[in-house]
Each structure stands twice: as C-alpha cells, then as structure tokens.
Ligand binder design. Structure first.
Ligand SMILES: Nc1ncnc2c1ncn2[C@@H]1O[C@H](COP(=O)(O)OP(=O)(O)OP(=O)(O)O)[C@@H](O)[C@H]1O
Ligand SMILES: [Mg+2]
Length: 335
C-alpha cells in the first residue's frame, strides 16, 4: 500500500494541518526507508502518527493553541530518532519555530458579516519580538483581523492564541492597540486623555505621570500636551493614539495603518520608533496597504487579499517584495 493511500485511510478525523505535516515528513523519509528495507521503522512512524492523530481527535472541539505545532515538533523528533534524518519544520512559510516563539497565532479565524465574509480561515504566526507587517488592498480584511485579535470584534469561527494559550480578555493588559481612529476625548487635553487611560490601566500616580511625559515626548506632543484634542490635526491625534497604546507597556502592539495622517517627518519618526520596539521587548503588528511603508520596518509580512491570507514569510534580503505582493493580491498560484 502506498504511503499516500495509508495516510488517507488513517486520517479522516484529524486536522488538515497535522495531515499536511505528517504527509510531508513521511514522503521525505519513506523512499529512503523502503530503499533500506526499514519497513519496521515505517510501521513505527505510522503507529506514532495514529497516536498523535487520536490525541488530537480526542481534543477536538477544545482550543488547540500550540497543539498542531507541538504535534509536528514531536513527529519530527521521533522521525529523527528512528531514521537519523533531520527535517526542518514547515510552519507555512514562517521559519520553523516552536510554539513558545509565537506571541500571537490564529487558526481558521473568520468573520462573517451580513454582507458576507470580511475574512476567512486566517492562520497567522507572529514571532515574539518581530515586526509583522500585515499588507493588503482596501477592504482585504486587515482592520477586521486586528479588531478580532484585540477583542473589538468577536470572530465567527476560529481560534486566537496569545503566548500559546487561548486568547482571554485579560490578555488585553499586555496588548496595546491603535485601530482606525484612536478613542480619545476631544474636549480633554492630550495629557488629560492620557490620565484617563492611566486610571483605567491602574498605573500608580507617580510612575504613570513620568510615563505620560516620556510618551508625549516620544511621539512629539510634549509641547502640545495641554491643548484640547479637538484642536489637534489628524496626525497629532494619531500620535496621541500611539502614546495611549504604549502607556500600558504592552508586549504586543497592534497598529492599524499607523502612518495615516502623519507628515513625512512623522512617518520617519514612527518608523524609527517601531524599529526600536523589539529591543524593548515589544512585538509589533502593523497594517498598511502600502508595501514600502511595511517593507522598511518589518521583519515578517503577511499579505491579505479578499479576506484570505495569501502569503506569510520572514522578509529575506534582496527579495522582490513588490512582485510577491502583486502576485499575492492577483491570486497568482506561484505565491
Ligand atoms: N461592520 C461591518 N459590517 C459589514 N461589513 C463590514 C464591516 N466591517 C468591515 N466590513 C467589510 O469587511 C471587508 C473587510 O473590511 P476591513 O475594514 O477589514 O478591510 P481593510 O483591509 O482594513 O481595508 P482598508 O485598507 O480600507 O482599511 C470589507 O468588504 C468591508 O466592507
Ligand atoms: Mg482598515
């Protein structure tokens, strides 16, 4: 019986991700095993596959954060032990990484509105201390995705994993977000707005005040901190939104089109600020429909088109991102 046939027979109940991972492993080692007459080893691999499959089947209906990747890692270890062959994990275009490397992961994330799907079956992998650029044309589902992972929109289906566990509302304490227009009170000054958020986050008075000054300085608003926000320009409001998003010292910063309304100097400063985040222990996910904006700061990119994730990878030096972007949004199967 061929390997493909065996895997089809034993896999009707498990997730397609595990099937994919295991098929890949088996196909890479099976020729070598058969050539060497290692039928016993092949059998062991299949038995182990069945074990893992059954465990996952047993867990169906529960959140599977990290489980598929853990299963793949387990299978790779076991394959290496039996065959002496070392194989790399796949991870859908993102480098092989254990579950503990990921700060944010989604599986099958879907949002359906009355008019149809805003996004569908999104599987995103955000590595800790990376800068992840989420690219896509207008209406491709970027804001919807970012709202789902920040609890502003309830997913219709799918899972969100934060630090390898199922996302909970209390995780928002570790997530800062600036999505579409920032939630600020127009009649209050920037400093007063920051005070409101300081109280909301339960930051100590002295620590919070220092942090507010530091952040207003960072986003270039220290001179305008006592001016009512209704008199701010779009770019100034955007800067204040960024300061608010950083007030809680987040581990994950989500920025939806952060360059909106910023002047060229503001964009340059923002780039500088975002680039400095990973060494402060902050992972950034930012969205944009402009490739250049994302390519200049990001370490990884994901490309959405018509609500689907078409591409996800680490950015490699010399890569033709423009071609990749255009192919992804045109639905070129080569991507
Ligand atoms: N509340 C809603 N009700 C119905 N449809 C919605 C809603 N919000 C978003 N959509 C639809 O979902 C799709 C994705 O919208 P989304 O705002 O996520 O795209 P986007 O990639 O952020 O676009 P842009 O670059 O213009 O900001 C669009 O077709 C949009 O019309
Ligand atoms: Mg948007």
């Amino acid at each position: 019986m061929s390997i493909a046939l065996i895997t089809q027979v034993v896999t009707p109940h498990i997730t397609h991700e595990v099937i994919g991972a295991y098929r890949r492993i088996l196909s890479e080692v099976s020729d070598k095993l058969i050539e060497l007459g290692w039928h016993r080893s092949l059998l062991l691999l299949l038995i182990e596959f069945l074990n893992v499959s059954c465990n996952i089947k047993h867990d169906r209906g529960r959140n599977t954060c990290g489980r598929v990747r853990d299963a793949e890692a387990e299978l790779l270890d076991m394959t290496a032990a039996i065959t002496g062959t070392t194989l790399a994990g796949e991870g859908k275009g993102v480098d092989a990484m254990s579950n503990s490397d990921l700060i944010l992961e989604t599986k099958g994330l879907t949002k359906k509105f009355r008019g149809g799907y805003a996004n569908r079956d999104i599987a995103i992998h955000v590595k800790r201390n990376s800068i992840y650029g989420l690219l896509g044309p207008n209406g491709s589902g970027k804001s919807t995705f970012l709202k789902q992972v920040t609890g502003l929109l309830k997913p219709t289906e799918g899972e969100i994993c934060f630090h390898g566990h199922p996302w909970e509302r209390k995780d928002l304490k570790k997530i800062g977000a600036l999505i579409e227009s920032p939630a600020i009170y127009p009649n209050l000054t920037a400093r007063e707005n920051m005070e409101v958020y300081r109280l909301l986050y339960g930051l100590e008075n002295s620590e919070g005040k220092l942090k507010i000054d530091e952040l207003l300085e960072t986003v270039g608003l220290i001179g305008a901190g006592n001016k009512p926000v209704k008199n701010y320009s779009t770019g100034m409001k955007q800067r204040l939104g960024l300061a608010v998003a950083l007030l809680n010292s987040p581990e994950l910063l989500i920025l939806d089109e952060p360059a909106n309304g910023l002047d060229p100097i503001g964009i340059e400063e923002l780039r500088h600020l975002i680039s400095s985040m990973p060494k402060e222990g902050i992972t950034v996910v930012l969205s944009s429909h402009i490739l250049r904006e994302v390519a200049l700061v990001s370490t990884h990119i994901g490309i959405l088109s018509s609500g689907r994730l078409r591409y996800e990878s680490e950015i490699k030096p010399g890569e033709d991102l423009e071609r990749i972007f255009m192919d992804a949004i045109r639905g070129n199967p080569a991507v």
